[in-house]
Design a protein around this ligand. Structure first.
Ligand code: SAM
Ligand code: SF4
Length: 329
């Protein structure tokens, strides 16, 4: 699948649920209404969708959400998708998780062929973690990341940089990731969905963070890329990789190789634009995957050149009404 700007689309992020056991302040409001179950794709539909995308050339599949590991039966689905790793059709099957369900899931994930995962972790302080996630238990995430590491799964920690919330913890996180052999990616918050607060206060531009990091650590350029938007640096003192994702201060759209499908089967060619194609009707129209496949390439043909997020005093409202847990982070 090649889009109108010559970009080869090889990466699908598939949201398997909008539900989550946490309520991170930048992601959700505390009184979220979740989708009715009937709107969600069933596990069978999710599998058919993944099958179709893989036939059309997807080489990397990331499951996300909401929290993918709270979806009932998800480990069975991941187990079945694992056949594409063994056959070589998929280069990578992975997920983005908050880590709370990893203690009981890590071994099954490793067994399915999952080699790397992203674990979102914004603080190493239990009280602060509880505040950011509105009630989360840091000890579960620590146990989960230990279980994943013990199962041989490499971890990349995703830390959302929030000015007055965890801006002072970045050095500690760099050291912790270095000690545990995890890569670390710092992410600017994006204006997705109403969270019941003003995002201007939370926004911490990563160029400012980078200057602060450089006053304490030595950053070395690397050519390392994971096919994602992060640019990676190596921290000489820890040997760890540091990725910076800067949707706001520096667009990364030119190298975008990905599309997203929500847990209701809506294909978004771009995270930052409203344009979307509903694949669910095609999935539910019958047993054949032909109607589904026929809808995918035209959607890729509509992939825009880039997004246009802005957060400043004049743009305090969300640029897009949908939350990250709906689109899939
Ligand atoms: N629940 C899983 C997790 O937290 O890793 C997967 C879904 S979550 C929506 C995926 C990622 O999106 C997380 O790393 C989270 O920090 C990030 N995220 C959520 N809302 C965001 C926002 N408004 N801007 C930037 N990142 C956001
Ligand atoms: Fe849940 Fe992930 Fe959103 Fe946090 S960022 S509320 S863990 S979906």
């Amino acid at each position: 699948m090649i889009d109108p700007f010559g970009r080869s689309i090889t990466y699908l992020r598939l949201s398997v649920t909008d539900r989550c056991d946490l309520r991170c302040v930048y992601c959700m409001s505390d009184d979220m209404t979740f989708l009715p179950k009937a709107d969600l794709l069933s596990l069978e539909e999710l599998e058919r969708l993944a099958d179709a995308f893989i036939r059309l050339g997807i080489r990397k599949l990331r499951l996300t959400g909401g929290e993918p590991l709270v979806r009932r039966g998800i480990l069975d689905l991941i187990g079945r998708l694992g056949r594409y790793c063994s056959s070589g059709s998929l280069e990578e099957l992975t997920l983005t998780t908050n880590g709370t369900r990893l203690p009981e899931s890590a071994e099954a994930l490793a067994g399915a062929g999952v080699k790397r995962i992203n674990v979102s972790l914004d603080s190493l302080d239990p009280a602060r973690f509880r505040a950011i996630t509105r009630g989360g238990d840091l000890a579960r995430v620590m146990a989960g990341s230990a279980a994943a590491a013990a199962a041989g799964i490499a971890i990349k920690v995703n830390m959302g940089a929030l000015r007055d919330v965890n801006g002072d913890e970045i050095d500690r996180m760099i050291a912790w990731c270095g000690d545990h052999g995890h890569a670390l990616t710092l992410i600017e918050t994006m204006p997705l969905g109403d969270i019941g607060a003003d995002r201007t206060d939370q926004y911490l531009p990563l160029d400012e963070v980078r200057r602060r990091i450089e006053s304490r650590w030595t950053l070395e350029a690397t050519g390392h890329r994971t096919g994602g938007p992060a640019r990676y640096l190596r921290i000489r003192e820890t040997g760890g990789l540091l990725g910076l994702i800067t949707p706001l201060t520096d667009h990364f759209c030119a190298a975008c190789n990905r599309v997203r499908v929500t847990c209701t089967g809506t294909l978004y060619p771009c995270l930052g634009q409203e344009d979307a194609v509903d694949l669910r009707a095609a999935l539910r129209s019958g047993e054949s995957d032909v109607p589904l496949e026929r809808m995918i390439q035209p959607a890729i043909d509509r992939k825009p050149e880039g997004h246009d997020f802005v957060i400043d005093a004049d743009h305090a409202r969300p640029a897009l009404a949908r939350h990250m847990n709906t689109t899939g982070g």
